[in-house]
Design a binder for this molecule. Structure first.
Ligand code: ADP
Ligand code: NI
Length: 213
């Protein structure tokens, strides 16, 4: 596959995003995947993971309508850049099924490559960078930092109501702190745990500072 051309396509789509799903996010996800991937993958498989990481948000409903691409657009780019039929099917399946929201009601089974890309994306939702992205996204949406509303339980969350207004702090409880249990790979689980422990310490300090008593 002409991997540099696929990378340029993704960069072009994501470069102006202002929701925390910009090109730097895609680059970090690819770097995370590199850190957690086993060393015995074939070149064909490594290309699938890298392309899936760069492309995973290019078709997502979260990003602005005017930059969002369709899966068919991505298929065309991959074809034009000599991806194999296997790579095209894998990449399209991964980017259409890895997201947290996609897996709220039905758990989609992913190949090892998909599991690595999913873990890599989830690692960027936790830790110091995860906190930064969540406040950034909340600001973009006009959500309050915190309020008196209780966070929703996992049973209450559906694909339809997941995007409803919630405070940034509630988003920690509705999604971010729970990501540890959704990680696939050993290395991903270990790193997620460290990052989530940091978030818990952050929340403790946060409550200490906003306490009125
Ligand atoms: P996925 O792409 O896996 O479905 P999300 O759609 O939840 O995940 O979005 C990715 C990131 O956007 C989250 O990790 C978080 O930083 C931010 N985000 C999403 N929803 C909210 C929200 N309601 N409040 C604050 N941040 C959010
Ligand atoms: Ni992402």
């Amino acid at each position: 596959m002409n991997i540099d051309a696929v990378k340029d396509f993704a960069k072009n789509v994501l470069k102006d995003d202002a929701t925390g799903h910009d090109w730097q996010h895609a680059l970090r996800v690819e770097a995370n995947a590199h850190k957690i991937a086993p060393h015995d993958l074939s070149n064909e498989e490594i290309e699938i993971i890298r392309a899936a990481c760069w492309l995973h948000d290019t078709i997502d409903e979260k990003i602005a309508d005017d930059i969002r691409q369709t899966p068919e657009d991505v298929r065309t780019v991959l074809k034009e850049n000599n991806a194999t039929a296997y790579q095209i099917e894998e990449i399209l399946y991964i980017i259409q099924n890895l997201s947290f929201s996609k897996n709220l009601e039905t758990k989609h089974e992913l190949s090892l490559m998909g599991q690595i890309a999913q873990d890599a994306d989830r690692l960027d939702a936790v830790g110091a960078i995860g906190i930064a992205r969540t406040f950034y996204f909340g600001g973009h949406k006009g959500s309050p930092i915190y309020d008196e509303v209780e966070p929703r339980s996992q049973e209450e969350l559906t694909v339809a109501n997941y995007r409803d207004e919630t405070s940034v702090i509630n988003h920690f409880y509705e999604k971010l702190l729970l990501l540890e249990d959704t990680m696939n790979t050993e290395a991903g689980i270990r790193e997620a745990k460290k990052r989530i422990d940091f978030m818990k310490a952050y929340l403790e300090q946060f409550y200490h500072e906003i306490s009125t008593s």
